[in-house]
Design a binder for this molecule. Structure first.
Ligand code: ATP
Ligand code: MG
Length: 441
């Protein structure tokens, strides 16, 4: 009754009927949908509710990619959904969803919601502070970010319901914001990062109207809460196409902290190596540790700070420790790297000078470190960046697997480390102001 009353007050477009694509008109078959998600949809149907697979999964399937997860959208409220399943939990404060556990899978089931656009619900920059109002399917579609993310697939009829022209955009391989771009970016500046991530990951073109406001609105990124910013940054870097994504982020100046981190050719080269490694690992189906990647992005800063300290006459070990502190305290902060990663990052860094100590018991102790593997991979990247000699990384490659006689011989043949832990002392020209780290002042 109330719903009926509200729907009469809504502007016409919210009552808009979807364009329905029948099975013969598109490429998605029900058997491409995860069994757990299918079961959830069927259960909701048999209880008399509407239920669709929605969002990234439909988009990915249309593009011929395997979806990461399958989300379900329904007109049932969380209270109506929960009793239909044996293991279902209502979660979330900002917007309540239901997590339905099926075997080892968790299917996220959300109730159609409407985006509130009255002024009370936004901050002074236009950022949406609340979107906790249930709505119609048409409203649910238009509050989503991009047209290709707002497609609903109904597995029993194999129909796609499209309120926003998403099917045509998928076919044109075009990423296009729903609604007026400036307003939509203001509501949630994270959408700018999503635009870049999704175009790079899926090989799409950003629609000119969605691209035009990016540089101008980049300042809004400052208003994103740190935890959310980190989550998105991490997704950006782990998208499988990080090199391209980072290039786009820099092109639109979305994350100024990246520019600060990659301000020298050497830093840029090292980041390029790290990102290429990450992409290659992900393509090969291997896991990537975010801490490792952030350790790499911050490493050139550590080196720069350390060099600055050495130039003031500090000893190598304290210079290195002070440099790690600065990199973590100041620069990791800009990227909102959570504390829990900082310990791992420090371990990976801290082991680097120790690779040069190849005499006595030291290399054996290093091998026993729990993060030896990560630190060794890191050393290889440094060798690739010609920051240490290849000889060092190949020595460790062999030493790890050699028998004890070979190891002894390798130790005898290994060059002695320098008095300091600097692997390749570099002379800095005096008066070259730009190269000096801020802390040297
Ligand atoms: P991915 O492949 O990275 O998971 P995705 O589009 O599925 O991409 P999710 O974060 O899983 O991304 O979001 C699921 C859906 O929720 C999206 O497809 C989109 O419809 C909607 N959505 C996500 N983030 C936003 C946002 N910032 N604003 C509006 N809608 C969003
Ligand atoms: Mg998703």
């Amino acid at each position: 009754m109330i719903g009926h009353f509200i729907s009469r007050l809504l502007p016409k477009r919210f009552k808009k009927a979807p364009r329905i694509y029948r099975a013969a008109q598109h490429n998605i078959r029900a058997d491409a949908i995860d069994e757990a998600a299918l079961n959830v949809v069927r259960r909701l149907h048999s209880a008399g509710f509407q239920a669709f697979v929605v969002g990234g999964a439909v988009r990915d399937l249309m593009l011929g990619r395997r979806p990461k997860d399958f989300d379900v959208a329904t007109n049932a409220t969380p209270e109506e959904i929960k009793p239909l399943f044996r293991r279902a939990f209502i979660i979330g404060r900002r917007f309540r969803l239901v997590h339905v556990h099926v075997g080892h899978d968790v299917i996220e089931v959300s109730t159609f919601r409407s985006a509130q656009t009255d002024e009370d619900a936004t901050d002074e920059h236009g950022r949406l502070l609340s979107d906790n109002v249930y709505g119609t399917q048409a409203e649910d579609a238009v509050r989503r970010d991009f047209t290709i993310n707002a497609l609903y697939f109904e597995p029993e009829s194999e129909e796609i319901w499209d309120y926003v022209g998403g099917v045509n955009d998928v076919r044109a391989r075009r990423l296009k914001l729903i609604g007026p771009p400036v307003t939509r970016y203001r509501e949630d500046p994270v959408r700018m990062l999503r635009a870049v991530r999704l175009t790079a990951k899926l090989g799409l073109t950003l629609a000119p109207t969605s691209e035009a406001p990016l540089v101008k609105l980049a300042v809004l990124m400052r208003n994103i809460p740190p935890a959310r910013l980190f989550e998105e940054t991490q997704k950006l870097l782990l998208s499988g196409n990080a090199e391209e994504t980072v290039a786009q982020v820099r092109r639109y100046q979305l994350l100024p902290s990246f520019d600060a981190l990659l301000s020298t050719p050497s830093a840029e080269r090292f980041a390029g190596i790290a990102l290429a490694h990450t992409d290659a690992r992900l393509k090969a189906g291997k896991t990537v540790s975010p801490a490792y990647l952030f350790a790499a992005l911050l490493w050139p800063t550590v080196m720069r700070e350390r060099d600055a300290h050495l130039e003031t006459g500090m000893k190598p070990a304290p210079a290195f420790i002070a440099a790690m502190d600065t990199a973590l305290e100041e620069h990791a902060q800009m990227l909102a790297v959570p504390r829990r990663f900082q310990g791992i990052i420090r371990e990976i860094w801290g082991m680097q000078p120790r690779f040069e100590q190849r005499q006595g018991q030291r290399p054996y102790r290093l091998l026993e470190q729990p993060r030896f593997r990560a630190a060794y991979d890191f050393l290889c990247m440094r060798a690739e960046n010609r920051e240490v000699l290849r000889e060092l990384s190949t020595w460790w490659e062999k030493f790890q697997v050699a028998d004890s006689d070979t190891r002894k011989a390798m130790q005898t043949a290994a060059p002695q480390p320098d008095a300091g832990s600097r692997s390749r002392p570099r002379r800095r020209r005096k008066g070259h102001g730009k190269a000096a780290a801020p802390s040297a002042e």
